[in-house]
Structure formats: C-alpha cells, structure tokens
Design a protein around this ligand. Structure first.
Ligand SMILES: Nc1ncnc2c1ncn2[C@@H]1O[C@H](COP(=O)(O)OP(=O)(O)OP(=O)(O)O)[C@@H](O)[C@H]1O
Ligand SMILES: [Mg+2]
Length: 516
C-alpha cells in the first residue's frame, strides 16, 4: 500500500517529491490562497490522490468547476502542454489522464442525488444558528425539542417544527408553568424565520429519507474511494444554509462513526470550501463546537480540510489543528494584508533556503508553500512546491454526462422520492381533530341534558306533583352524573357559549397533550 499521496515537487528545482502522509491525513489541513492562485486545482489533485488510495472524499463544489473529476483529462485540452511540462519539471514520470468515481449530491435534487436530514438530527444549536435566533428564541427552540422528545413527536421536516410551535403558542399558559415564560413574540419570530428558511430551500433539506453516512463513505470494487461532490453553486446564495449543512454533516460523522484511533489512512476526507462562511460572525458557542468537533473527529478517522482565501479567516484554535498545509500566494496590498501574511508565515517551520513570508508572496499560480505532517506527526519544514497537474478533466463535464452518472450511481433511486412519515405535524393535527370531536360530542350531550332538564321542569309544571329526581353525584345512571367525559363536557360547555367545538380545541389540547 502506498503511504502518501503525491502533491508536487519542492526543493531546489522542484525535483523533491512532496507527499501528504496518509497516516497523518486525518490530522486535518488547510488550502489557502488569494483568488486564482490554484486552490481548486489543489483540491482536485488531493481528491484524486485520496480516491486512488482508497479513501472516500466529500467536497462541495462552490463554482461548479469540479465535476470534471469524473472524466479523464485530454490531450486535446488547451492546457495539455502546460500540464505535461509541469509533470516533467517535478519528476512526475507516470503522469497520465484518468477518471475517478464520483457521486453527485444536490440539496435541490437537480444536479445530484437529493441530500436531506431531519430537523431532529440537525438539533437546536445548529438550527438556531441557521435561523439566526436570539438567545431568548434559542431557549424556546430548546424547549420545543424537549417537548417533542417527551411527547414522542418526531421532528422530521419543517412543517413538523411549525406545527409544534403553533401548538406551543396556543398552550403557552400551561407550558409557562413548567418551562418558564414562552413569549408569543419569540415564538412568532421563530415561525417567521422558519418561513424565510423555507423560501431559501430549507424545505428540501429537511425530511426523509435522510442521508445515510455510509453512502458518502463508499469505496468502489476496484478499491477506489468515491468522491462525493455536493453541488453548492445555488446553495451559496444562502451562505448560512451552506455552512450549517456542512457543519451538521461533520457533527453527524463525529457522533456516528466509531473510534478508530490513528488508522493507516483516513476513513473519509472532508473538504470544507469557503470555510470562512462557517466563522463569519459565528457566536462563540458555535466556534467552540467546531473546534471540538475538529479535535475529536480525528480519532474517527476523518480528516477535515478547510479551503479559504486567507488563513486569518480561520479562528486560531482551529488553525492550530490543521497540520497539513498548502498555502498558495497571498497578496500584501494593505497594512492588514501584510500583518496577516506575517502571521501566516510564522506558523511554519522555517526552511533555511528561503524566507517563508516572501515565498508566500511570490509563489506563482499552481505553486504553494507547503508543509505536511511527518514522523510522529511533527510538521515538516516548509517547502516551495509546484503542485502536480490534475489527471482528471479541469473544468466541468456536460450536464448530460452528469445526468448519466447520477442515473447509474450505486445509490440511484434511493433518495429521489421524499417520504412523509407520521410525525409531529400529523400527530398534532390528529390530536386537534380528536379534541374537536370530543368537544362536539360533549356539546351534543349537554344539549341532550338540557333538553331533559326542560322536559323535567315542564312535566313538573303540568303534573303539579313533585317528580323525584336523583341528585346523588355517584349515580351513573343519570345523564348528569359525573363521568369523566361529562365532566369535561361541562367544562367545555361553559367555554363554548354557543360556538362550535372546534373553536375551543386550542384551549383543551394542552390537557390532552399532557395526558399522553
Ligand atoms: N496544479 C496546477 N497544475 C496546473 N495548472 C494549475 C494548477 N493550479 C492552478 N493551475 C491553473 O491556474 C488556474 C486557476 O487555478 P484555480 O482555479 O485552482 O484557482 P483558485 O485559487 O481556485 O481560484 P478562485 O479563488 O477564483 O476559485 C487553473 O484553471 C489552472 O489553469
Ligand atoms: Mg477555486
């Protein structure tokens, strides 16, 4: 088995082969650099390398330029000459064109298999972030999740959550006693945010069948890891949805995968493109969570690689965990740029041959300052590396080629049709209906009782004699006895005041809910 993936040539004349050790590939990494410096191609050749080594890969395709990984490059391509020359320069003697197994995913279900999760799996912390909730609103969302849990109300899609919030609003009085003040303004605010999310495509993200993690961790029969590409061009219109979804996926991997310690090679490598979106005005709690997930997911055999223009976009605690680095050129126009450049340079182990800071400023397109973890997981001395050319096609494949790959993928058909299981929405709707029916029934009985009462009075008036009537409360033979149903009926009739049963259902649902 190979023990590293080939990245490019460093050293004096780019002749020293630079590789990323598979053994340390789960210790995370960083691909950074100004726009147009070669980040996407670096991502592409890393994905190729991992796939060839039998490691499945997950990545998002922000600009729609990564689908070419599924197709071999071509001698007819305009950069064929440049690629071959580059390969020669770095001593990449067995360079050739090759295609890799790709699974396409798309939240919108257009450019890949639909990818979904459930509201419950997303959890209140991430959902609060997604909805941009205030602390008070987040508190209410937490109560909603707890209620759903206690009451066995499955929260699968957004309408489940909406229904639960409506219910909470209506049963505020009862809930306040147990959970503290549930302000209608906050509930209303969450409901409005949910509607915004729905308009951004959130409806598609939440539901079933939910993504099974094993489907992004597949290896083909020939031993190659599948490269999962999430279409993110449209998704990027809602940056928060994009970032939260990827973060959810990471935390899911973290929670579901077994401990494997330090495996010979990762179980999965996860590339997080436009990683700055994750941290842009993120609350501390969330950054802490990312930091924690990054730290702990290593032992599950998952390597996370952040891709961003500027390493300063990544919080220090997290940056410190990114052991494998490809730093493409950074610009130094402003004082702030220069400061950030210096800070970026300081994180590397100096190479006596060159000045790191200067190198980061000078490297050409497709060239980078690199450092990979070596023996015992110690960062290697920094190198100026000419990155290898890709074997697969640079740039996207045709939509028809893409369609064919989607239709013939090993999971074709598995996620294509949504299921709408019996969950909170349906259960609450059913309870409302049952309660309405109970109220109507009580109304009917009360009417009957009143009719009987009238008859009784009339009889007394006309007969002039005293008609005896049992007043004993424990007699069950009498229609005014105090059976459970009738007691509720009486209480209801007071509220009814001539309206139909349905109107008061809201008031009594709380009681029914608690009773379960
Ligand atoms: N390793 C490489 N081998 C050959 N050519 C490369 C390599 N890296 C970059 N290039 C060339 O440079 C171009 C720009 O690179 P790339 O698209 O990766 O930049 P980027 O940093 O992702 O830019 P952006 O921030 O705009 O997405 C490529 O289209 C390709 O022509
Ligand atoms: Mg790019």
């Amino acid at each position: 088995m190979q023990d590293s993936i080939f990245i490019g040539g460093g050293g004096e004349n780019y002749g020293d082969q630079q590789g990323l050790a598979l053994k340390y590939a789960n210790r995370h990494g960083l691909i950074a650099g100004a726009t147009g410096t070669g980040k996407t191609v670096t991502l592409q050749i890393m994905a190729e390398g991992f796939s060839a080594a039998g490691v499945p890969v997950f990545m998002s395709d922000v600009k729609g330029d990564l689908s070419g990984i599924a197709k071999p490059g071509s001698a007819a391509f305009k950069l064929h000459g440049a690629f071959t020359e580059r390969a020669q320069k770095i001593g990449f003697t067995d360079y050739g064109y090759d295609a890799f197994p790709v699974t396409f995913w798309d939240m919108f279900g257009e450019q890949g298999h639909p990818v979904r999760t459930t509201v419950a799996e997303m959890g209140p912390l991430l959902l609060s972030r997604l909805l941009e909730l205030s602390e008070a609103q987040e508190g209410i969302l937490n109560i909603a999740f707890r209620l759903a849990d206690e009451q066995g109300l499955a929260l699968l899609d957004l309408k489940d959550l909406q229904a639960l919030l409506v219910w909470m609003g209506e049963n505020r009085a009862d809930l306040n006693l147990r959970y503290g003040n549930i302000s209608p303004a906050s509930v209303g605010a969450i409901q409005r945010r949910l509607m915004v999310l729905e308009n951004q495509g959130g409806t598609l993200l939440f539901g079933e069948p939910a993504l099974e993690l094993s489907d992004i961790m597949r290896t083909d029969l020939d031993g190659r890891g599948r490269i999962n590409i999430l279409a993110a061009d449209k998704l990027m219109a809602s940056p928060r949805l994009y970032a939260t979804f990827l973060l959810w996926l990471l935390s899911e991997l973290f929670e579901e995968l077994p401990e494997v310690g330090d495996p010979d090679k990762p179980k999965l490598v996860f590339f997080f493109d436009e990683a700055h979106l994750l941290f842009d005005d993120a609350p501390k709690a969330l950054v802490d969570k990312v930091e924690q997930v990054a730290r702990l997911i290593r032992s599950k055999g998952v390597g996370v690689y952040f891709i961003t223009q500027n390493p300063a976009d990544v919080p220090e605690d997290i940056l410190g965990q990114l052991g494998n680095r490809v730093q493409h050129a950074l610009r130094a126009f402003t004082a702030k740029d220069r400061k950030e450049l210096r800070m970026a340079a300081e994180t590397y182990r100096d190479n006596p041959r060159f000045d790191t800071e200067q190198a980061i400023r000078e490297v050409g397109v497709g060239e980078a300052v690199t450092s990979f973890l070596e023996k015992k997981g110690v960062p290697g001395i920094v190198e100026r590396t000419l990155i290898r050319p890709p074997s697969s096609q640079l740039g996207p494949i045709d939509p028809s080629e893409r369609r064919a790959l989607i239709d013939t993928s090993p999971i074709a058909g598995k996620y294509e049709t949504t299921q709408d299981r019996h969950s909170a929405y349906e259960i609450l709707a059913q309870r409302a209906q049952d309660a309405a029916r109970a109220a109507e029934e009580a109304e009917r009985r009360e009417a009957e009782a009143e009719a009987a009462e009238r008859e009784f009075k009339a009889a007394r008036r006309y007969s002039g004699t005293r008609v005896t009537r049992s007043t004993s409360r424990d007699t069950r033979s009498n229609s005014r006895g105090d059976t459970m149903g009738e007691a509720i009926g009486k209480a209801l009739i007071k509220e009814l005041k001539g309206t139909t049963g349905r109107r008061i259902v809201r008031g009594i649902l709380g009681g029914l809910f608690k009773g379960r």
